[in-house]
Design a protein around this ligand. Structure first.
Ligand SMILES: [Zn+2]
Length: 286
């Protein structure tokens, strides 16, 4: 991909320094004081002198601190904000053309675990979008999984992941998410899963629409990028994921669509550049 000339989004929130679960807080007294006294006695100092230097009532959260970022992660963060900016520009223009206003989502970088308005999430769930706070959440370590575990390397594969989550944000703004959620409440489990597949395939198609539009406007794709994205779509299809994790496939429990479906819907958006081609709810056969 060619993203050097793209602007960088201001909607990236870096929460990689935050930590949950081990955030033990020391009050001004208690254990903290005991430790100071023990250390002071070991060092042969009068403890009362050291204690006076300790601010009373202060709390210390040892596990939260400044973001520790490797050069590789810095590069990824820059990449993520360029892709996010590109989706903002593309969807902003498309909404405007349709007489609507696009509201930019936020993108939260986290490490390990994160608290969203949709609940507490571990990195293992993968990148996700929370409709309640309009935020996309991604742990940058997912990109290593994409390369190594899912065998889908390449920058366009990485961009597709963000564009898919932004696709869910578009669905949220268009009111599609609410309608589906309401329908799922009344549905059986397999019906609810089938609806979820339609939601996911539409987000894939929307990701394709973004890539088409952004490439027409600013030539962001290199030769081979499209193949990279399609490979990623195939590798994270439910059938391949289930086969990898448990050795067999049960289509009734699909929530994202098969590899073949994901590739096909992503391609539809990619080739048409038009959201009208993404009506996964209007077709009988996906
Ligand atoms: Zn999704």
């Amino acid at each position: 991909m060619r993203l050097e000339d793209e602007r960088r989004s201001e909607n990236v929130e870096d929460e990689r320094g935050a930590s949950f679960g081990s955030g033990v807080k020391f009050a001004g007294g208690g254990i903290g004081v005991v430790i100071v006294v023990v250390i002071a006695l070991l060092m042969g100092v009068d403890p009362s002198q050291l204690l006076q230097q300790m601010p009373t009532g202060s709390t210390v959260a040892p596990s939260s601190g400044p973001v520790q970022s490797s050069p590789e992660e810095d590069k990824l963060k820059d990449f993520v904000s360029a892709v996010l900016a590109s989706t903002e520009d593309t969807w902003g223009e498309m909404f405007k053309a349709g007489g609507r206003q696009y509201v930019d989502p936020k993108l939260v970088l986290f490490s390990g675990a994160v608290q969203s308005a949709c609940g507490f999430a571990q990195a293992a769930v993968g990148p996700f979008y929370c409709p309640a706070d309009h935020k996309v959440y991604i742990d940058l370590s997912f990109y290593r999984d994409l390369r190594e575990r899912y065998h889908a390397p390449g920058d366009f594969a990485e961009a597709y992941v963000i564009a898919h989550e932004v696709g869910h944000h578009v669905q949220n703004l268009l009111g599609i998410s609410d309608q589906v959620h309401a329908a799922q409440q009344r549905a059986s489990e397999s019906q609810a899963n089938a609806l979820s597949v339609r939601v996911e395939l539409q987000a894939d198609c929307f990701a394709g629409v973004w890539a088409n539009r952004a490439d027409h406007a600013r030539r962001i794709l290199d030769p081979g990028d499209v193949e990279e994205g399609l490979k990623a779509a195939a590798e994270i299809g439910d059938d391949r994921m289930q086969m990898r994790s448990r050795g067999y496939v049960s289509p009734d429990s699909f929530t994202h669509g098969s590899s073949e479906q994901r590739v096909r819907w992503f391609k539809r958006g990619l080739e048409s550049g038009n959201t009208k081609s993404c009506d996964t709810f209007g077709v009988a056969q996906l």
